[in-house]
Ligand binder design. Sequence first.
Ligand SMILES: NC(=O)c1ccc[n+]([C@@H]2O[C@H](COP(=O)([O-])OP(=O)(O)OC[C@H]3O[C@@H](n4cnc5c(N)ncnc54)[C@H](O)[C@@H]3O)[C@@H](O)[C@H]2O)c1
Ligand SMILES: Cc1cc2c(cc1C)N(C[C@H](O)[C@H](O)[C@H](O)COP(=O)(O)O)c1[nH]c(=O)[nH]c(=O)c1N2
Length: 180
Amino acid sequence: MSPCLRQEVVPAEPELVPVGRQPYRDAMARLGAAVNVVTTDGPGGRHGFTASAVCSVTDDPPTLLVCLNRGSSASAIVHANRVLCVNTLAAGQQELSDRFGGRVPPAERFEAGKWQPGVTGAPVLLGALASFDCRIARFVEVGTHDVLFCEVVGLGDEGAREGLMYFLRGYHALRGASSD
Ligand SMILES: NC(=O)c1ccc[n+]([C@@H]2O[C@H](COP(=O)([O-])OP(=O)(O)OC[C@H]3O[C@@H](n4cnc5c(N)ncnc54)[C@H](O)[C@@H]3O)[C@@H](O)[C@H]2O)c1
Ligand SMILES: Cc1cc2c(cc1C)N(C[C@H](O)[C@H](O)[C@H](O)COP(=O)(O)O)c1[nH]c(=O)[nH]c(=O)c1N2
Protein backbone atom coordinates (compact mmCIF):
# COMPACT_ATOMS: atom_id res chain seq x y z
CA MET A 1 0.00 0.00 0.00
CA SER A 2 1.40 3.37 -0.99
CA PRO A 3 1.83 5.87 1.82
CA CYS A 4 -0.70 8.66 1.89
CA LEU A 5 1.24 11.85 1.17
CA ARG A 6 -0.15 14.91 2.79
CA GLN A 7 1.05 18.31 1.69
CA GLU A 8 1.23 20.72 4.56
CA VAL A 9 -0.49 24.00 3.66
CA VAL A 10 1.26 26.88 5.33
CA PRO A 11 -0.73 30.09 5.03
CA ALA A 12 1.44 32.82 3.48
CA GLU A 13 1.98 35.72 5.85
CA PRO A 14 2.04 39.09 4.10
CA GLU A 15 5.19 40.99 4.96
CA LEU A 16 3.80 44.04 6.72
CA VAL A 17 6.08 46.93 7.62
CA PRO A 18 5.40 49.32 10.52
CA VAL A 19 3.34 52.34 9.51
CA GLY A 20 5.27 55.59 9.41
CA ARG A 21 4.88 58.60 7.16
CA GLN A 22 7.39 57.45 4.53
CA PRO A 23 6.19 53.82 4.25
CA TYR A 24 2.64 55.18 4.06
CA ARG A 25 3.63 57.53 1.22
CA ASP A 26 5.50 54.74 -0.56
CA ALA A 27 2.36 52.59 -0.43
CA MET A 28 0.09 55.47 -1.50
CA ALA A 29 2.40 56.13 -4.48
CA ARG A 30 1.07 52.79 -5.80
CA LEU A 31 -2.48 54.12 -6.03
CA GLY A 32 -2.84 55.67 -9.47
CA ALA A 33 -4.90 58.85 -9.40
CA ALA A 34 -6.23 61.52 -11.73
CA VAL A 35 -4.41 64.85 -11.55
CA ASN A 36 -6.42 67.98 -10.87
CA VAL A 37 -5.68 71.69 -10.71
CA VAL A 38 -8.00 73.07 -8.04
CA THR A 39 -8.67 76.80 -8.41
CA THR A 40 -10.48 79.40 -6.35
CA ASP A 41 -11.36 83.10 -6.55
CA GLY A 42 -13.36 85.52 -4.43
CA PRO A 43 -12.82 87.86 -1.46
CA GLY A 44 -9.60 86.01 -0.52
CA GLY A 45 -8.16 86.41 -4.04
CA ARG A 46 -7.28 83.96 -6.83
CA HIS A 47 -5.25 80.84 -6.12
CA GLY A 48 -4.68 77.31 -7.34
CA PHE A 49 -2.96 74.07 -6.35
CA THR A 50 -2.50 70.57 -7.76
CA ALA A 51 -4.45 67.81 -6.02
CA SER A 52 -4.66 64.06 -6.53
CA ALA A 53 -6.75 63.59 -3.36
CA VAL A 54 -10.14 64.15 -5.04
CA CYS A 55 -13.03 61.72 -4.86
CA SER A 56 -16.75 61.52 -5.62
CA VAL A 57 -18.91 61.32 -2.46
CA THR A 58 -22.54 61.20 -3.66
CA ASP A 59 -24.53 62.12 -6.78
CA ASP A 60 -27.49 63.45 -4.77
CA PRO A 61 -26.67 66.25 -4.26
CA PRO A 62 -23.64 65.97 -6.58
CA THR A 63 -20.77 66.19 -4.11
CA LEU A 64 -17.04 65.57 -4.27
CA LEU A 65 -14.26 65.88 -1.74
CA VAL A 66 -10.83 67.47 -1.93
CA CYS A 67 -8.09 67.00 0.69
CA LEU A 68 -6.08 70.19 1.19
CA ASN A 69 -2.97 70.51 3.32
CA ARG A 70 -3.52 73.30 5.86
CA GLY A 71 0.16 74.23 5.48
CA SER A 72 -0.43 75.13 1.83
CA SER A 73 -0.55 78.80 0.82
CA ALA A 74 -3.99 78.05 -0.71
CA SER A 75 -5.59 77.05 2.58
CA ALA A 76 -6.58 80.46 4.02
CA ILE A 77 -7.72 81.64 0.58
CA VAL A 78 -9.97 78.63 -0.02
CA HIS A 79 -11.48 79.15 3.45
CA ALA A 80 -12.18 82.82 2.64
CA ASN A 81 -13.68 82.13 -0.81
CA ARG A 82 -15.71 78.99 0.00
CA VAL A 83 -15.76 78.09 -3.72
CA LEU A 84 -13.42 76.06 -5.91
CA CYS A 85 -13.21 74.43 -9.33
CA VAL A 86 -11.66 70.99 -9.77
CA ASN A 87 -10.04 70.97 -13.23
CA THR A 88 -9.14 67.38 -14.12
CA LEU A 89 -6.12 67.44 -16.41
CA ALA A 90 -5.96 65.83 -19.85
CA ALA A 91 -2.92 64.04 -21.28
CA GLY A 92 -0.23 66.58 -22.16
CA GLN A 93 -1.09 68.98 -19.33
CA GLN A 94 1.53 67.75 -16.83
CA GLU A 95 3.36 71.10 -17.02
CA LEU A 96 0.27 72.65 -15.40
CA SER A 97 0.38 69.99 -12.68
CA ASP A 98 4.01 70.80 -11.83
CA ARG A 99 3.34 74.54 -11.98
CA PHE A 100 0.37 74.38 -9.56
CA GLY A 101 2.13 71.70 -7.53
CA GLY A 102 4.57 74.25 -6.16
CA ARG A 103 7.21 74.68 -8.88
CA VAL A 104 5.98 78.21 -9.64
CA PRO A 105 5.01 80.88 -7.04
CA PRO A 106 1.23 81.30 -6.60
CA ALA A 107 1.15 84.74 -8.31
CA GLU A 108 2.58 83.30 -11.57
CA ARG A 109 0.66 80.02 -11.77
CA PHE A 110 -2.18 81.30 -14.01
CA GLU A 111 0.27 82.66 -16.64
CA ALA A 112 0.03 79.27 -18.38
CA GLY A 113 -3.29 77.82 -19.59
CA LYS A 114 -6.50 79.58 -20.67
CA TRP A 115 -8.93 80.36 -17.87
CA GLN A 116 -12.43 81.73 -17.61
CA PRO A 117 -14.61 82.24 -14.52
CA GLY A 118 -17.22 79.58 -13.80
CA VAL A 119 -20.63 80.06 -12.15
CA THR A 120 -18.92 80.44 -8.75
CA GLY A 121 -16.18 82.74 -10.08
CA ALA A 122 -13.50 80.05 -9.66
CA PRO A 123 -11.24 79.76 -12.75
CA VAL A 124 -12.21 77.02 -15.22
CA LEU A 125 -9.38 75.61 -17.37
CA LEU A 126 -10.16 75.50 -21.09
CA GLY A 127 -9.10 72.13 -22.53
CA ALA A 128 -9.39 70.24 -19.24
CA LEU A 129 -10.62 66.64 -19.30
CA ALA A 130 -13.48 67.69 -17.00
CA SER A 131 -14.27 70.63 -14.72
CA PHE A 132 -16.36 70.63 -11.53
CA ASP A 133 -17.36 74.10 -10.35
CA CYS A 134 -18.24 73.87 -6.64
CA ARG A 135 -19.43 75.61 -3.52
CA ILE A 136 -17.74 74.24 -0.40
CA ALA A 137 -20.44 72.87 1.91
CA ARG A 138 -18.25 71.65 4.78
CA PHE A 139 -14.64 71.64 6.03
CA VAL A 140 -13.52 68.70 8.19
CA GLU A 141 -10.06 68.77 9.85
CA VAL A 142 -8.16 65.46 9.73
CA GLY A 143 -4.50 65.52 10.80
CA THR A 144 -2.53 67.93 8.61
CA HIS A 145 -5.34 68.29 6.07
CA ASP A 146 -8.83 69.71 5.64
CA VAL A 147 -11.34 67.52 3.84
CA LEU A 148 -13.48 69.86 1.75
CA PHE A 149 -16.95 68.57 0.91
CA CYS A 150 -17.95 70.43 -2.23
CA GLU A 151 -21.37 70.68 -3.90
CA VAL A 152 -20.98 70.70 -7.67
CA VAL A 153 -22.96 73.52 -9.32
CA GLY A 154 -21.46 73.47 -12.83
CA LEU A 155 -19.75 70.95 -15.09
CA GLY A 156 -17.35 71.36 -18.02
CA ASP A 157 -16.62 68.69 -20.63
CA GLU A 158 -14.95 69.61 -23.90
CA GLY A 159 -14.80 66.03 -25.17
CA ALA A 160 -11.13 65.23 -24.52
CA ARG A 161 -10.55 61.46 -24.50
CA GLU A 162 -7.07 61.10 -22.98
CA GLY A 163 -6.58 61.50 -19.26
CA LEU A 164 -3.50 62.11 -17.13
CA MET A 165 -2.68 59.71 -14.32
CA TYR A 166 -0.17 60.11 -11.51
CA PHE A 167 1.28 56.70 -10.63
CA LEU A 168 4.56 55.73 -8.88
CA ARG A 169 5.52 59.43 -8.76
CA GLY A 170 5.27 59.86 -12.53
CA TYR A 171 2.74 61.02 -15.13
CA HIS A 172 1.09 58.63 -17.56
CA ALA A 173 -1.35 59.30 -20.40
CA LEU A 174 -4.45 57.12 -20.26
CA ARG A 175 -6.37 56.60 -23.48
CA GLY A 176 -10.14 56.06 -23.35
CA ALA A 177 -12.21 53.96 -25.76
CA SER A 178 -12.40 55.60 -29.19
CA SER A 179 -16.20 55.98 -28.99
CA ASP A 180 -18.86 55.89 -26.23
N1 LIG B 1 -2.70 64.43 -0.37
C1 LIG B 1 -1.63 65.23 -0.48
O1 LIG B 1 -1.49 66.18 0.26
C2 LIG B 1 -0.61 64.98 -1.54
C3 LIG B 1 -0.86 64.05 -2.56
C4 LIG B 1 0.12 63.87 -3.53
C5 LIG B 1 1.26 64.60 -3.49
N2 LIG B 1 1.45 65.52 -2.51
C6 LIG B 1 2.69 66.32 -2.44
O2 LIG B 1 3.27 66.49 -3.73
C7 LIG B 1 4.67 66.30 -3.69
C8 LIG B 1 5.11 65.18 -4.63
O3 LIG B 1 4.43 63.98 -4.25
P1 LIG B 1 4.85 62.56 -4.79
O4 LIG B 1 3.61 61.76 -5.00
O5 LIG B 1 5.74 62.73 -5.98
O6 LIG B 1 5.79 61.90 -3.68
P2 LIG B 1 5.54 61.58 -2.16
O7 LIG B 1 6.44 60.48 -1.83
O8 LIG B 1 5.64 62.82 -1.36
O9 LIG B 1 4.02 61.05 -2.07
C9 LIG B 1 3.61 59.74 -2.43
C10 LIG B 1 2.13 59.64 -2.20
O10 LIG B 1 1.86 59.81 -0.81
C11 LIG B 1 0.68 60.57 -0.61
N3 LIG B 1 1.06 61.82 0.08
C12 LIG B 1 2.19 62.55 -0.11
N4 LIG B 1 2.22 63.57 0.73
C13 LIG B 1 1.08 63.49 1.46
C14 LIG B 1 0.56 64.26 2.51
N5 LIG B 1 1.20 65.34 2.98
N6 LIG B 1 -0.63 63.91 3.02
C15 LIG B 1 -1.30 62.84 2.56
N7 LIG B 1 -0.84 62.04 1.60
C16 LIG B 1 0.35 62.38 1.04
C17 LIG B 1 0.10 60.82 -1.97
O11 LIG B 1 -0.81 59.80 -2.28
C18 LIG B 1 1.34 60.74 -2.87
O12 LIG B 1 1.02 60.43 -4.20
C19 LIG B 1 5.02 66.05 -2.23
O13 LIG B 1 5.40 67.27 -1.65
C20 LIG B 1 3.72 65.58 -1.63
O14 LIG B 1 3.62 65.87 -0.25
C21 LIG B 1 0.55 65.72 -1.54
C1 LIG C 1 0.84 65.25 -8.39
C2 LIG C 1 0.59 66.10 -7.15
C3 LIG C 1 -0.51 65.84 -6.37
C4 LIG C 1 -0.76 66.60 -5.24
C5 LIG C 1 0.13 67.63 -4.87
C6 LIG C 1 1.26 67.91 -5.68
C7 LIG C 1 1.48 67.15 -6.81
C8 LIG C 1 2.67 67.49 -7.69
N1 LIG C 1 -0.15 68.38 -3.73
C9 LIG C 1 0.76 69.41 -3.28
C10 LIG C 1 0.26 70.82 -3.65
O1 LIG C 1 -0.07 70.94 -5.00
C11 LIG C 1 1.38 71.77 -3.27
O2 LIG C 1 1.64 71.63 -1.89
C12 LIG C 1 1.01 73.17 -3.45
O3 LIG C 1 0.70 73.51 -4.75
C13 LIG C 1 2.18 74.00 -3.00
O4 LIG C 1 1.64 75.22 -2.83
P1 LIG C 1 2.30 76.35 -2.00
O5 LIG C 1 3.76 76.34 -2.34
O6 LIG C 1 1.99 76.10 -0.57
O7 LIG C 1 1.59 77.51 -2.56
C14 LIG C 1 -1.30 68.17 -3.02
N2 LIG C 1 -1.61 68.93 -1.92
C15 LIG C 1 -2.77 68.75 -1.26
O8 LIG C 1 -3.03 69.48 -0.28
N3 LIG C 1 -3.65 67.79 -1.65
C16 LIG C 1 -3.41 66.97 -2.71
O9 LIG C 1 -4.22 66.13 -3.05
C17 LIG C 1 -2.18 67.14 -3.42
N4 LIG C 1 -1.87 66.35 -4.48
